[in-house]
Design a protein around this ligand. Structure first.
Ligand SMILES: NC(=O)c1ccc[n+]([C@@H]2O[C@H](COP(=O)([O-])OP(=O)(O)OC[C@H]3O[C@@H](n4cnc5c(N)ncnc54)[C@H](O)[C@@H]3O)[C@@H](O)[C@H]2O)c1
Length: 259
């Protein structure tokens, strides 16, 4: 029996699909019957996930507009259309604003902001002729509360949130919905950088302290798994979310309002 929550037969393109939230999203969507195109800077990693789920893959640097446009074209060539664009790829940077170099600033903007921007543009181009589509951009709970060393990263994610709301206003009449998710602490290779102690050496105890600190920020007392974000993305792609656009969705264990 079909339900509005089904994504069966929908075509999804996922950036950052080789790891963490992107990989979980690829598996969850494919498991629910979607046709998935996995792209990542890590070509081998994207191919591995695509092989596992019977999808298609390609190398794509989201900081390159032509790479992202080619990825959207690949989805259309492989499966005839694009129903869902998941702009998941992103990188962290841990630096105080006063100390950030021009290179750090350029890199984080190029990947986290321009990468999502290009993904939105490519998706609108190929979705508009079909009169439908769902774009999901990945922001962060960092948009809700400032923290030392997170400013540069949070700034790019706040821009992603505003990009999402602005684009939703512009393309709603094309039948395209645009939403962002703002994940709370989610255990992936992204968080594993906290394995490094202040001396730059691997320090399991230091990592455990980080995870415990993250748990304490949630009234549920837990951190998230990548699937927690993937299920939210699945909902936003499904027809059950047909009235939802221009919103920022938070699977974050209640993190932002608990302290
Ligand atoms: N893990 C968390 O706690 C958390 C919290 C909030 C937001 N996020 C966001 O979720 C997204 C996914 O994070 P994750 O935890 O899965 O991280 P991850 O490091 O496990 O995966 C990120 C993927 O993006 C790819 N990538 C990096 N730069 C790229 C580029 N220029 N072009 C294409 N691909 C590139 C990497 O190769 C990797 O496969 C990111 O945007 C991140 O900012 C993560």
């Amino acid at each position: 029996m079909s339900t509005p929550f089904d994504v069966d037969g929908k075509v999804a393109l996922i950036t950052g699909a080789a790891s963490g939230i992107g990989a979980a999203t690829a598996k969850v969507l494919a498991g629910a019957g979607a046709k998935v195109v996995c792209v990542d800077l890590d070509e081998g990693g994207a191919a591995k996930i695509a092989d596992e789920i019977g999808g298609t893959s390609a190398r794509c640097n989201v900081a390159s507009r032509s790479d992202v446009e080619a990825a959207a074209d690949l989805a259309v060539a492989a499966y005839g259309r694009l129903d869902a664009m998941c702009n998941v790829a992103g990188i962290p940077v841990d630096v105080m604003i006063a100390d950030a170099s021009e290179e750090q600033l350029d890199k984080i903007i190029n990947v986290n902001l321009k990468g999502v921007f290009y993904g939105c543009q490519a998706a609108v181009r190929v979705m508009t002729p079909n009169g439908s589509g769902s774009i999901i951009n990945v922001a962060s709970s960092g948009i809700d509360a400032p923290a030392r060393n997170y400013g540069l990263y949070a700034m790019t994610k706040a821009a992603v949130a505003m990009l999402t709301k602005s684009l939703a206003v512009e393309v709603g009449r094309n039948g395209i919905r645009v939403n962002a998710i703002a994940p709370g602490a989610t255990i992936t290779p992204f968080t594993e950088r906290h394995l490094m102690g202040p001396d730059g050496k691997v320090n399991e105890e230091y990592y455990d302290r980080f995870v415990e600190a993250m748990k304490k920020q949630s009234p549920l007392g837990i951190v998230g798994d990548p699937e927690d974000q993937a299920y939210l993305i699945q909902y936003l792609i499904s027809d059950a979310a047909r009235f939802c656009t221009g919103a920022i969705w938070r699977a974050n264990g209640g993190q932002t309002f608990s302290w």
